[in-house]
Design a binder for this molecule. Structure first.
Ligand SMILES: Cc1ncc(COP(=O)(O)O)c(C=O)c1O
Length: 452
């Protein structure tokens, strides 16, 4: 049975022919066609790529990986015939314009009509820009983020030479506003990172409570919603998550990754600033790149220089076919992901071999394996990871602090402070239909490991 789509390659050929028409007036040249050596090399690469987990398949629920939309893949490949560089309009005129349009629509999704933003390599770089602008506006002040925030926030703070403050979480992994308040009282925090959709558990930090604290303390609010951002469009979030997403527009900066839930190939992160005036921090002089236009070159508002214009073309094309509308096809597919997570969570609750940590807020499900001790439970999680893989079900193992695991009731005696748990990212639109088959495989693995 064929797993990978090659049927749409015909559409690519049609689009390449259309693109070609735009250059018909040029004197002829012979396009290079691959010969025997190129064929051998490409087929060798295909062979090498077989050594991968099947990321595109619904039985792959391990890392935070979502296959790009077929259209994004085709548009990216189409753009490769031009290979535009979105640093300057001179290097990528159409693709820069497409990036501006796509980014404006992402801003509008959060209620921002006049923000400053651009695409970049990914969430880490996008967060870097937000923390850097924060440092320029609050020199010498620290970055604060929850202990469940993405690990790069503390590392990026180190790169920027600013202190990092890890804020405690509640027992479902959300930033604890009371602990934040205590730390703000010291007056040393300049930027607070609020994560809407933590990487390990998909927890949604209480943005409204952080915004209330901003009334009393002077700090910037940066929302890292690299993974969770598009859920702002979903109509089936719980009350707390909905309240957080409803306030995103009050943040100072937002990071969202189209290469996570936005159906894009890797190399597509996005940073947005509410106040376009922060563009002044990017000011630089590049006499050899900006010569054909007085219009904004994206390199004038981004830290990176060369960037794949193809990423913007892929994003623009995908959004044209599936606009970012509440109630639209794209929003519905996110709602199905959350439904899938709730279905998996409910299925696990019924099983003796699994103890879910908490109800998923987005589409990541986490569970512990019941055992007498935390060390035995951790050992079982690793064994389950391997046994499920033998059934083609690919999970992830995630380490959680004791506090986040206690309510699951999985452990009788805590002989260590953290627990290895299982984690499933059910972020593919068809995951909802696959939950019964995922549970079947978990049951089979549990029987084989004598856990059920
Ligand atoms: C919340 C969050 N922020 C930042 C990142 C880093 O993004 P990237 O891997 O695109 O650099 C991730 C990655 O999973 C994430 O989940």
């Amino acid at each position: 049975m064929t797993q990978l789509d090659s049927a749409s390659l015909g559409l690519l050929a049609e689009a390449v022919a259309r693109l070609d028409e735009g250059f018909a007036g040029l004197p002829g040249q012979s396009p290079a066609t691959p010969g025997a050596a190129e064929r051998e090399a490409l087929l060798a690469a295909a062979g090498r790529l077989q050594d991968n987990y099947p990321y595109f398949h619904p039985l792959y629920v391990g890392q935070m990986l979502k296959p790009p939309h077929p259209l994004a893949r085709l548009a990216y490949a189409l753009a490769m015939y031009i290979n535009p560089n979105n640093h300057a309009l001179d290097g990528g005129r159409a693709s820069s314009q497409m990036e501006k349009e796509a980014v404006a629509e992402i801003g509008a999704m959060f209620g921002w009509d006049d923000c400053l933003g651009h695409l970049c390599g990914g969430g880490t770089l996008a967060n870097f820009e937000a923390l850097w602008v924060g440092r320029e506006l609050r020199p010498g002040k620290a970055v604060a983020a929850s202990s469940q925030s993405h690990y790069t926030h503390s590392r990026l703070s180190g790169v920027l030479g600013v202190p990092f403050v890890a804020v405690a979480t509640d027992n479902i992994g959300r930033l604890d506003p009371a602990d934040l308040e205590r730390r703000l009282a010291g007056g040393e925090i300049g930027t607070v990172v609020v994560t809407l959709g933590t990487t390990a558990a998909g927890a949604v930090d209480p943005l409204p409570a952080v915004l209330e604290l901003r009334e009393r303390f002077d700090f910037r609010v940066h929302v890292d919603t690299a993974y969770g951002g598009y859920f702002v469009l979903a109509d089936n979030l719980d009350t707390d998550a909905r309240a957080a997403y409803d306030q995103v527009g009050r943040a100072d900066s937002i990071v969202i990754d189209p290469h996570k839930h936005g159906l894009q190939p890797y190399g597509c992160g996005c940073i947005l600033f509410r106040d376009p005036a922060v563009g002044r921090f990017y000011n630089h002089d590049s006499p050899y790149t900006y010569f054909s236009s007085d219009e904004l070159h994206l390199g004038e508002i981004s830290l990176e220089c060369s960037r794949a214009g193809a990423a913007a073309v892929a994003l623009w094309t995908t959004m044209r076919a599936m606009p970012l509308n509440r109630g639209g096809e794209f929003a519905r597919s996110l709602e199905r992901c959350r439904q899938a997570a709730l279905a998996l969570h409910a299925g696990l609750l019924e099983r003796g071999h699994a103890a879910p940590l908490f109800e998923p807020e987005l589409d990541i499900v986490t569970w512990a394996l019941p055992a007498a001790t935390a060390s035995e439970s951790s050992r079982r999680a690793h064994a389950m990871f391997d046994q499920a893989a033998a059934h083609d079900l690919h999970l992830a193992v995630a380490e959680f602090p004791r506090r986040l695991c206690e309510a699951s009731g999985a452990i009788e005696q805590w002989d260590q402070d953290s627990l290895s748990c299982l984690r499933a990212c059910v972020m593919k639109p068809d995951h909802l239909d696959w939950i019964p088959r995922i549970l079947e495989r978990l049951d089979a693995a549990a029987v084989e490991l004598e856990l059920a």
